[in-house]
Design a protein around this ligand. Structure first.
Ligand code: GAP
Length: 517
């Protein structure tokens, strides 16, 4: 639970931040159908995004690779698909209802709103100088001075120490389950009562709580509440894991960097239940498994092409850890705005199972037949985000290449790992005559038959068609040309090297399949 409850460590911004790369990626995403602003025709909805045809494929591929690595590729992890709305007591037990709140402050000078734990810290009583825009038309600024208040924080935007008191803000989206309209409930509860202030708030809260439910802010809790169901139905023995992918929702105050932080996102989480001290196999204690998962998860990103030098594992400092956590490390990626979290790997001890046991009154323990005793497993949790991973893969694969010697045209290319690429192979007829389109369509039909996502294109020059595919990351292009009718061969061009070779039409599916394996 590294991103939500734990205090944030401010990641230093890079001096040479490259916002133009972000602009280029956002623009490419729109032009090539990866990501669109949600409800764009109505002016857009802040922080909500729609994945277009190529983006949907990319995200599906990211999730499929995660599932392959975490579930299908091993015998100790099983997957579930739980409901998004859970019993409200789940969130009481997990601490989300009580503690899932950001400490918000408003700047009284520039009106910026932000998190007190993320804004610059200064010794209370220190005099600070800051600049405030006094004319919004011209952008004219005025220099002011002030003393840092008891919060010990200044505005993250203008540096002013004039801030409001902290207000708590619940990050969970509330909704209502049941046939009675919440407006009806409120009206009934308040009718004839002349309430104000705290008494009014309490009456409203009590009325709303009758039917309130919440959209899950993480997928993890269903793995804890289903621990016994899964363990007994699948006859599992720790160490074993329960994995899940799905939507999570957080009413984030700061939504930033395109899809990096948004209010609705896809998580890919796995809870790995390991024997606690006293029950563990020699040499494989809980810290062994924590390290194991840190290494595995880092490797997953490099195996799919993220450059190792853009990745690091950042162990949390003691004061960053949630009170129940024994350790936590973030897999961080160097985004254009600096290092930021890609995935968190947390050692959550037996906190969650015990919390749910306490709140539900149901035993959530494992019976160890060898020791003839029950125990609560410790939990190691690698928690990743599919949107954030997709963004990192896009950023990392983006390249602008200058024109090769003797030519005029450079190219933009997404060097996505072939398994992540939305379109695996494009098939072109060199010209729209001499039966070439028919042959190309026959070839593409073979790819579709083998569940390989393939695209057909016959518009523009062959060079432009290659460029179009390079820009959306297609690793292979097959061209039917004059020689095809003579000897049954086509060219296959590889995206990164741009090298072409001739292969037989009959072998095309096998050749591409082998390269994707
Ligand atoms: N159960 C633990 C948990 O949810 P987290 O660090 O809060 O931990 C895990 O979230 C991952 O989910 C993050 O590393 C990130 O990839 C993704 N994530 C979290 N909040 C997000 C947001 N607002 N937008 C996009 N992705 C987010």
């Amino acid at each position: 639970m590294s991103e939500q409850n734990a205090p944030k460590k401010n990641t230093p911004r890079k001096d040479n931040a490259e916002p133009e790369i972000m602009e280029k990626i956002v623009s490419l995403c729109k032009q090539r159908g990866f990501v669109f602003q949600s409800s764009e025709i109505y002016g857009g909805l802040k922080s909500c995004y729609d994945y277009g045809p190529l983006g949907a494929e990319l995200k599906r591929n990211v999730k499929a690779e995660w599932w392959r690595a975490m579930v299908h590729g091993r015998e100790d992890i099983v997957g579930i698909d739980a409901s998004i709305i859970m019993h409200p007591n789940v969130w009481r037990a997990s601490g989300h209802l009580a503690g899932f709140a950001d400490p918000l402050v408003d700047c009284l000078d520039c009106k910026e709103r932000g998190r007190a734990d993320k804004w610059p810290q200064k010794e209370p009583g220190t005099e600070v100088e800051y600049k405030v825009i006094v004319d919004s038309q011209t952008g004219k600024k005025e220099t002011r001075k002030g003393l840092v208040g008891k919060l010990g924080v200044v505005c993250g935007a203008c540096g002013s120490p004039n801030l409001s008191d902290i207000r708590r803000f619940n990050l969970m989206f509330r909704t209502f389950l049941g046939s009675v309209d919440p407006v009806e409930l409120l009206a009934r509860a308040l009718e004839g009562k002349n309430l104000t202030g705290d008494a009014l708030k309490t009456a409203i809260a009590e009325a709303m709580n009758e039917t309130s439910v919440f959209l899950r802010p993480e997928t993890a809790q269903a793995m804890f509440t289903n621990f016994v169901n899964v363990q007994t139905s699948m006859r599992l023995k720790p160490p074993f894991g329960i994995a899940q992918q799905g939507k999570s929702f957080r009413n984030e105050i700061t939504v930033e960097h395109f899809t990096f932080r948004s209010c609705e996102f896809d998580q890919m989480e796995m809870e790995y239940f390991v024997p606690p001290p006293g029950f563990a196999e020699e040499g494989k204690d809980d810290m062994y498994w924590f390290k194991y998962w840190c290494d595995e998860r880092l490797k997953w990103y490099t195996s799919l092409g993220l450059r190792a030098e853009k990745l690091r594992l950042r162990p949390h400092e003691q004061q960053e850890l949630a009170h129940y956590a024994k350790a936590c490390s973030d897999v961080e990626y160097e985004y254009p705005w600096g290092w930021g979290e890609l995935e968190g790997i947390a050692h959550r001890t037996d906190y969650d199972l015990k919390q749910h046991e306490k709140h539900s009154g149901k035993k959530l323990a494992y019976f160890d037949p060898q020791k003839n005793a029950h125990y609560h497993p410790y939990v190691i949790e690698p928690a990743a985000g599919a949107d954030r991973a997709a963004l990192a893969f896009l950023l990392d694969s983006y390249a602008e290449e200058p024109p090769p010697p003797g030519t005029k045209e450079g190219r933009t290319v997404l060097r996505l790992h072939p398994r992540l690429a939305p379109i695996k192979v494009a098939v072109f007829p060199l010209v729209k005559k001499e039966g070439m389109p028919d042959t190309a369509r026959k070839i593409i039909a073979e790819f579709w038959k083998h569940q390989i996502n393939a695209a057909y294109d016959e518009k523009d020059t062959i060079g432009r068609r290659y460029r179009r595919q390079d820009e959306c990351g297609t690793p292979y292009c097959i061209t039917v040309d004059g020689q095809t009718a003579q000897d049954g061969s086509v060219t296959i061009r590889e995206r990164d090297s741009m090298k072409q070779e001739r292969i037989q039409v009959a072998d095309a599916v096998e050749v591409v399949k082998k390269r994707l394996a």
